[in-house]
Design a protein around this ligand. Structure first.
Ligand code: ATP
Length: 630
């Protein structure tokens, strides 16, 4: 049976619960990971065989969550404590020993007890000597001499160390009472924190110093012994540190020495300290460039590489998983109410929108979690016992990302100074559409001017604004098309193109259709309808190819007062605009540059151009000439 819930078809079987309170949240972290089935399988396999893993993907898709889940899967019974002892033969080479988890603390306590007993014995002896000396002084009436002698004995005893004096070892790594294998997040750690260090000692001589073994500090690689060492943005580690990390992985032990050459700690080098960890490295695709090739090869040779998913198919099963995700986030937050059906439905709708592709749900779940929390906060502030649909809608309005806020302000300013127009006709000026950041659309006006070339040689393409390179490329790519469409050779012209008031962070590579339209309008002196905006990538054959972010681009156009938006036909199914924009704009899917020109150009000359295009046999549909308005 199908039930329509707020415009979304949901099978009743998917929705057998009233609120997220009824949804069971799995105990194990690995079972809480949503939509990354391959990664989950790999992590399970890697945990069993103790293999390293490289997780590559976008932020907030669950990389660190998987690493933590792996630590839960590693066997706890193998955990060990690590102790560091003084070395009487070479104090600068402290000794290291490994004992089962929980034993380390007992050993240290034992040593401390023995040291205390020894100290007490020494103190009793000292007290006995002092009392005896003072007593002798009273008998012999040599008070002054006896007090001086007692003081001397006191001082001497302070500095005398018996031959077998007990030196307490230091517990370097303590795994007592640990319920699961350690998970150590070494993201952004400097060399000392990662590989261990030996503290500086200002009092190195005269027996006043701190013994070397007490100054040894474990690194994260040692703390992660028998567990997981997680390093996000692995490429930010220095090459030298990556090399050392690799050595530690190969040897499964790594001696600790002072990291600063000028410190007295650099004189100390412990015996090799065990560091038998599994490395889970993470980053985005760019991270691979900054990664030491040998380290990558080590992971590939002794482990797995996983490319994280950004989206999952919009199936009943996956929607159910998203409901589980909402329940998980509510439970984890602990401060927000549960979600009712309407609110769940709205979150699923948003997951669809954010996926940007028809039939998909987003897996950038950290961001979606942000919306869940924001909606929970709205419900809380309204003293609601449950989060309802309207709370999610309100949260979407208020919890806008920085980029969205910048885009809002950008639109405001542009409206105020009329940088873009949404009415009237202009030659050589087209409303392109672009995306800032992840998913914020903006209108990007493009202006073109064509003048006959001054030089005897070829004309030039002069592109200004921050996206100049893209504009140049777009014109070069479509020069053949322009010749075909207009019969004009652009090499006879100097063509000036400008992305008006271009702003840092704008992605402009989907503007080639707009650039071509602006240039053709300028060359042919045909006005462009300013109530139309467009996006699309143009092939050298004149086809309009799909681009990203159509939904947010259309919404931005609607926001700016644009009445018609042209999008690539193959993107039509990706459109998921919010309901309140639906009546504001007409969305027109287009396949060819001919169709684009048909929609954006106006006036008498347009007919002539289209006819010319027909003659040169361009790909404009034949029956289109009939529809040309004057
Ligand atoms: N696949 C997922 N399943 C369930 N929850 C997820 C998933 N991905 C992200 N989350 C939620 O988002 C939070 C942050 O995710 P996580 O830190 O694992 O992302 P990441 O990929 O490591 O990102 P970054 O690289 O920025 O650190 C998680 O604690 C969890 O609440």
């Amino acid at each position: 049976m199908i039930k329509i819930v707020g415009g979304i078809d949901l099978k009743m079987s998917e929705f057998e619960y009233k609120t997220t309170k009824d949804v069971k949240v799995p105990k194990r972290l690995i079972d809480q990971v949503i939509g990354q089935e391959e990664a989950v399988e790999t992590i399970k396999k890697a945990a069993k065989q103790k293999r390293n893993v490289l997780l590559i993907g976008e932020p907030g898709t669950g990389k660190s969550m998987l690493a933590q889940a792996m630590a839960e899967l590693l066997p706890r019974e193998q955990l060990e404590d690590i102790l560091v002892y003084p070395n009487p033969e070479d104090p600068n080479n402290p000794k290291v020993s490994v004992v089962p988890a929980g034993e380390g603390k007992k050993i240290v306590m034992n040593y401390k007890r023995r040291a205390r007993a020894q100290e007490e014995k020494k103190n009793s002896l000292m007290l006995f000597l002092i009392i005896t000396i003072i007593f002798m002084g009273i008998i012999t009436k040599e008070f002054l001499a006896s007090i001086i002698a007692a003081a001397l004995v006191f001082l001497a005893m302070q500095h005398i160390k018996t031959k077998e004096s007990v030196q307490v070892p230091k517990l370097l790594v303590n795994n007592e009472n640990r319920k699961k294998a350690p998970f150590v997040d070494a993201t952004g750690a400097h060399a000392g924190a990662l590989l261990g260090d030996v503290r500086h000692d200002p009092y190195q001589s005269g027996g006043l110093g701190t013994p070397a073994h007490e100054r040894v500090e474990p690194g994260m690689i040692h703390r992660a012994h028998k567990g997981v060492l997680f390093i996000d943005e692995i490429s930010t580690l220095k090459m030298k540190t990556q090399q050392e990390l690799l050595t530690a992985m190969q040897e499964k032990k790594y001696a600790i020495t002072g990291q600063s050459e000028t410190s007295s700690g650099a004189m100390v080098r412990s015996e090799a300290v065990p560091c038998d960890f599994v490395l889970v490295a993470a980053g985005n695709l760019d991270a691979l460039k900054g990664m030491h090739p040998a380290l990558r090869s080590r992971i590939r040779g002794y482990g797995y590489e996983v490319y994280m998913r950004n989206t999952m198919p919009d199936t009943p099963e996956n929607r159910k998983k998203l409901v589980q995700f909402i329940a998980q986030e509510v439970k984890k937050d602990g401060k927000i109410p549960h979600f009712d059906r309407g609110a769940i439905d709205e979150i699923i709708r948003e997951a669809r929108r954010r996926a940007g592709k028809k039939g998909m749900l987003t897996l950038k779940l950290r961001d979606l979690g942000g919306l869940i929390r924001a909606a929970g906060d709205v419900a809380r502030s309204e003293n609601s016992k449950l989060v309802r649909r309207e709370h999610v809608i309100k949260a979407k309005k208020h919890a806008r990302t920085l980029e969205q806020q910048i885009a809002d302000r950008y639109i405001e300013n542009r409206k105020r100074y009329s940088v873009f127009k949404s009415k009237g006709y202009e030659i050589g000026r087209v409303n392109g559409l672009a995306v800032i950041g992840d998913r914020s659309g903006i209108v990007l006006p493009i202006a073109a001017e064509a003048v006959p070339s001054q030089s005897k040689e070829e004309g030039r393409i002069i592109a200004t604004g921050k996206l100049g390179k893209i504009a140049k490329e777009a014109v070069q790519n479509v020069s053949a098309l322009i010749k075909k469409y207009t019969g004009r050779d652009i090499s006879n012209y100097d063509i000036h193109i400008q992305f008006l008031q271009t702003y840092e962070g704008v992605e402009g590579d989907s503007a080639s259709v707009s650039v071509a339209a602006a240039v053709i309008s300028a060359l042919e002196n045909i006005p462009v309808d300013q109530s139309v905006a467009l996006t699309g990538s143009l092939s050298v054959r004149g086809e309009v190819l799909p681009v990203g972010g159509v939904t947010s681009k259309i919404e931005a156009a609607a926001e700016a007062g644009i009445k018609k938006v042209l999008i690539p036909k193959s993107n039509y199914k990706d459109v998921m605009i919010e309901k309140h924009y639906e009546d504001k704009v007409e969305i027109v899917p287009v396949e060819t540059l001919g169709e684009v020109l048909e929609h954006v150009l106006v006036g008498k000359k347009k007919k002539t151009l289209i006819e010319k295009m027909q003659k040169v046999g361009s790909i404009i549909p034949k029956d289109m000439t009939k529809a040309i308005p004057h």
